[in-house]
Design a protein around this ligand. Structure first.
Ligand code: GRF
Length: 187
């Protein structure tokens, strides 16, 4: 099987990156992680690119320089799909239009609820009983592209941001690889 070539964008701890890399080592997984891009030179997640010998680019710069440089790299590495995993910059419309292939993102809520930041705090404050995560295509509006998969997580009375985040992240790891399989119709 010829695998599609993925670039994972991160800004922080990169645990979703780690799980995507692990999933991609399966012969039947539709993508190979060929490049990691970070907008933060101190992103802990870079450690996973190093560990698995995946080329990476780190650029602490403004959005436009970042996008210009990364776009060149995406073509150089013949990237078919971008997976945003804890990437904190909002990509410009121009970048999204320029990368006409595929960009997907993971968001820690059941979209369309709680777009944007601080999703756990907001769900707890609203006394939600249920939250979760969503993997979706990226379009020009924040957290609004077509949904690929959602995973639900119960909220318990004694939950706080940390306990909830931990359970949601556990579901994120499964959700991201399921979503990638779904994008390429491997189920
Ligand atoms: C995840 O919770 C993801 O939903 C959000 O940022 C977090 C990234 O975590 N967009 P990690 O860097 O993958 O550990």
């Amino acid at each position: 099987m010829v695998k599609k070539r993925a670039c994972v964008f991160i800004s922080g701890s990169g645990t979703n990156l780690r799980e995507i890399i692990k999933a991609s080592r399966d012969y039947n997984f539709p993508v190979k992680v060929c490049l990691v891009a970070s907008d933060n030179e101190k992103a802990k997640g870079i450690i996973f690119a190093k560990k698995f010998s995946i080329p990476y680019v780190c650029l602490n710069t403004n959005k436009y320089k970042f996008e210009k440089t990364i776009l060149k790299k995406l073509f150089e590495y013949k990237i078919d799909i971008i997976c945003l995993a804890g990437f904190m910059k909002i990509l410009s419309k121009k970048f999204i239009r320029n990368f006409k292939k595929k960009i997907i993102n993971i968001h820690p809520s059941l979209l369309p609820k709680y777009k944007g930041l601080n999703t756990f705090q907001r769900a707890l404050k609203s006394n939600e009983k249920l939250t979760g995560c969503t993997v979706h295509f990226v379009n020009e509006k924040l957290d609004s592209g077509k949904i690929i998969i959602k995973k639900r997580v119960n909220i318990y009375k004694d939950d706080n941001v940390e306990t909830l985040k931990k359970r949601v992240q556990f579901e994120e790891y499964r959700a991201y690889s399921c979503a990638i399989r779904r994008v390429y119709n491997f189920n």
